[in-house]
Design a protein around this ligand. Sequence first.
Ligand SMILES: NC(=O)c1ccc[n+]([C@@H]2O[C@H](COP(=O)([O-])OP(=O)(O)OC[C@H]3O[C@@H](n4cnc5c(N)ncnc54)[C@H](OP(=O)(O)O)[C@@H]3O)[C@@H](O)[C@H]2O)c1
Length: 347
Amino acid sequence: MAAESSVKVPRIKLGTQGLEVSAQGLGCMGMSSFYGPPKPEPDMIELIHHAINSGITFLDTSDVYGPHTNEILLGKALKDGVREKVELATKFGIILQDNQFCVQGDPAYVRAACEASLKRLDIDCIDLYYQHRIDTRVPIEVTIGELKKLVEEGKIKYIGLSEASTSTIKRAHAVHPITAVQLEWSLWSRDVEKEIIPTCRELGIGIVAYSPLGRGFLSFGPKLLETLSEGDSRKYFPRFQPENLEHNKRLFDSVNDMANRKGCTPSQLALAWVHHQGIDVCPIPGTTKIENLNKNIEALFVKLSKEDMAELESIASADAVKGDRYGPGLGTWEHSDTPLLSTWKVA
Ligand SMILES: NC(=O)c1ccc[n+]([C@@H]2O[C@H](COP(=O)([O-])OP(=O)(O)OC[C@H]3O[C@@H](n4cnc5c(N)ncnc54)[C@H](OP(=O)(O)O)[C@@H]3O)[C@@H](O)[C@H]2O)c1
């Protein structure tokens, strides 16, 4: 087993309901899906154990990763007393069928999805259960109403939302406290800063920053594309298309230059920028390699001065990136508003 990091990973409070997590989490998606073929199970279990022993205890998965296989992998990794050492987050609401994504959030589906995740994870209770994408056919109050029942029954501890708009977050929070909102936030994804982040802060909701390394672009720049295997979904994301890469390369080059001057890697600089957004923000970088996990932990201790933050601000300005975050097929917070409760009819 690789040597554990000798530094102590700080802990933070996520939301105001009592959840405490490691200040950096581990995104497990790429171990099983979307980023090339699944990685060997024993290696991934070793990586997960290494992360936990190093103090990275906040693990992020979803029923759509695989689908299902990532939760099964985590279930195996959490056996023999390991489960008690982690804060486990999973998600429901995206169904992958015939290469198409469907979104579902009606009460019967929410309950069935939760039961199925508990079974695959082989646990009694999920610490943080997110709605992965908002079903715009179902009033958010109805979906959260079912999640509230799952909390009362002890099947989940805390409720989260992913890719939710400000109004969806507020409506959900009025039904049951939302502990965390998961959103894409990095040097090249800053659309959430205008309204969603301030709303989370106003309501005392924790912020979980996914894809904090720009899905690897902030680690390698356009060279990342040369390393991707067949079927890696990043090949189809707008920002990774040839017509946008030349422009986006400038952002990476500037981050890379600055990282060289600061004596860290571009990944560490990108992660440190997220860590400097506040102690209510927990980035969940995804990795399949122990050495990268160790480097990511070190990013917690990269100090950025006011001048450094100002320099990064100028590098990652509004026009720094070309191309949407997602292509057609899967909505984002911009398309997450649900009908009013008064219009809901149970089929
Ligand atoms: N809520 C949502 O809709 C949503 C969407 C996407 C992702 N997520 C969650 O967020 C997690 C993280 O996002 P992500 O995996 O999309 O993107 P990310 O964390 O921005 O980047 C992951 C990529 O960066 C590479 N990497 C990680 N650490 C590195 C290092 N120190 N040096 C060089 N390369 C490094 C990884 O490769 P290696 O494996 O080779 O290290 C991988 O290719 C996911 O695992 C998932 O749990 C949620």
